[in-house]
Design a protein around this ligand. Sequence first.
Ligand SMILES: [Zn+2]
Length: 148
Amino acid sequence: MLGVALCRRGEMIRHRFHHRVTLPRSRGMTRKRRPFFGPSEKRAVKRAMMRDCSRRCVYCGECLDLAVATIDHVYPLAHGGANAPGNLVVACAPCNRLKGDMLPHEFFFSFPQAGLNFLSYARVVHRALKRSARRAVSLALAAQPVAA
Ligand SMILES: [Zn+2]
């Protein structure tokens, strides 16, 4: 139910925060990203993430099946986030799409409920991510104290 609400509101928000910059792709200039996981390990990673996130979408809290769960990079790859444990969570496809390339604090500021779910379900993410989520949620809740 929350997922639907998030998606509907997200359509407006997404454009506001969508500022992707195209950089020249030259081998010398960009840091080579070494993949942490091969495609064969992806399924095992997903299973481990499912276990670590209580088999729920960390943003809307909906129970997830392995088949429908998607891996989300909390700090997006597009912004230089790591493809490694500590930055990975499971999310349902609508939440993952909604979050897109938003930075975690932007996303949690716009959707404090998603931030609260993230804090309770994403137990194994990096401490800095939790800290920034907690800050974004309290800022958002302070900004709109009547919404509950
Ligand atoms: Zn979700």
